[in-house]
Design a binder for this molecule. Structure first.
Ligand code: ARG
Length: 457
């Protein structure tokens, strides 16, 4: 395709290092769509004769059918997907195939193909995250009244509900979806027609190709068009952030599934056994989601470092944009699906959650708040008195709310029997009625809003 000024062909090593077909064949649909839009525009502008354009379009359809049926046969000598398609087109329709590349370069071609691919990837992730959110909403509604410890420093802090805890991940997924939507909006400009770097002297219609490919319009600067990969980095930074969220949920499931916690039994469908310890049920899927997050962050870093020193416009380093993005997308799609499945089918164990609350004196803050509200004691003093009660409860081996009244009064005589109204776990959770708090009615209201928003989109 470019051998005119060369006397010798490339060495075997050159062929191998130069070829991107082993990975960029994933762009074949986008490449053919881009070529069809381009040739239709060339014909409409009178740059290519209608008969040739018709033959090219038909040939491209035939290639799409072949690839659909048999995949893309790799030939390292043909470098990349763009040359594979063009070469096959020449085999099918003869010399007219050579007119397709008029007013175009592989530089604007690959930038267009890759944008189209990333746009589809964003749409797929968004659909996956919507399903993940649906699963969280269903389980949160089911467990709006199920109490569990809320932790800080992984120490029992205050009672919350499992529904509230699951809705925290729903909120994270909302922001992830908005980051992907942002990336999509910025990405949606078409670089086709920037040609190699400077634009073209042919009377092309960039608005037409942009519209045909579903872009909002053409990109404004030809140099930027062929050298910008921040659309890919926008995807990767959103993917990395999303993977971190999934990884934190995975980590909690791993922790909760371990015997000392016992808050959840992960379903067989997402667990594996041990070849030596017959009793084991390991949370491998969750562990791999946690592990994959590292690789996704690595993919983001990889492309950032590829891009950081490149002068304008195109350099071949940029061919290395695709493997990290493809890898990150595959891992992220799998991670979303795995976490969705685990959320849908996890068997939560409310009794164990309640037992952990009891051992942790989780309503101590409620006692301190009661001392402030009912007995008019300054919070710092109330905190100190409560600390004494907790110490006494520990010594007696009782949860706070099972201590006899005289034990409270021995520490502070201002305490009366009405204190027991606030010491129960249910009372504590019910009292957290501030907007976004853990009170079951609050959580149910947030779930209802989130459901409505999800169906709205
Ligand atoms: N395979 C190349 C890539 O992925 C296509 C662009 C090649 N352009 C060039 N001038 N060699 O980046």
């Amino acid at each position: 395709m470019w051998g005119g000024r060369f006397a010798d062909g490339p060495s075997a090593v050159m062929r191998e290092i130069n070829a991107s077909i082993p990975f960029d064949k994933r762009l074949w649909r986008q490449d053919i769509a881009g070529s069809k839009a381009h040739v239709a525009m060339l014909a409409a502008q009178g740059i290519v004769a209608a008969a040739d354009a018709g033959a090219i379009a038909k040939g491209l359809d035939a290639i799409a059918a072949e690839y659909e049926a048999d995949g893309v046969a790799e030939d390292l000598a043909l470098e990349d997907i763009h040359m594979h398609v063009e070469h096959r087109l020449a085999e099918l329709i003869g010399p007219a195939a050579g007119r397709l590349h008029t007013a175009r370069s592989r530089n604007d071609q690959v930038a267009t193909d890759f944008r189209l691919w990333v746009r589809d990837a964003i749409d797929a992730v968004d659909a996956g995250l919507a399903a993940f959110q649906r699963a969280l909403l269903d389980r949160a509604a089911e467990h709006a009244d199920t109490v569990m410890p809320g932790f800080t420093h992984l120490q029992v802090a205050q009672p919350v509900t499992l529904g509230h805890h699951l809705m925290a991940y729903h909120a994270m997924a909302d922001r992830d979806r908005s980051r992907f939507a942002d990336a999509r909006a910025r990405l949606n400009r078409c670089p086709l027609g920037a040609a190699a770097l400077a634009g073209t002297s042919f009377p092309i219609d960039r608005a037409a190709t942009a519209a045909a490919l579903g872009f909002d319009g053409p990109t404004a600067n030809s140099l930027d068009s062929v050298s910008d990969r921040d659309f890919a980095l926008d995807y990767l930074t959103a993917a990395a952030q999303c993977a971190l969220h999934l990884s934190r949920l995975a980590e909690e499931f791993i922790l909760w599934a371990s015997q000392p916690f016992g808050f959840v039994a992960l379903p067989d469908a997402y667990s594996t056994g041990s070849s030596i310890m017959p009793q084991k049920r390991n949370p491998d899927a969750a562990e791999l989601v946690r592990g994959h997050a590292g690789r996704i962050v690595g993919a983001m870093t990889s492309l950032m470092i590829t891009m950081k020193g490149l002068p304008l416009a195109y350099s071949k380093d940029m061919q290395d944009d695709k493997p990290p993005l493809f890898e990150a997308h595959d891992l992220l799609a799998l991670s979303i699906a795995a976490m969705t499945g685990m959320v849908e089918s996890a068997a939560f164990v409310p009794d164990r959650m309640r037992a952990a609350l009891t051992a942790g004196h989780a309503t101590a803050t409620d006692l301190a708040d009661w001392l402030v509200r009912v007995a008019g004691i300054p919070f710092r003093e109330a905190h100190h008195i409560t600390g004494g009660v907790v110490k006494a409860a520990d010594e007696a081996g009782l949860p706070l709310w099972d201590m006899p009244l005289d034990a409270f009064q021995a520490i502070d005589p201002r305490i009366d029997a009405s204190v027991f109204d606030v010491l129960s776990i249910e009372a504590s959770v019910k009292s957290r009625t501030s907007f976004g708090g853990t009170a079951p009615d609050q959580v149910r209201a947030r779930i209802a809003e989130a459901k409505a928003a999800l169906e709205d989109k």
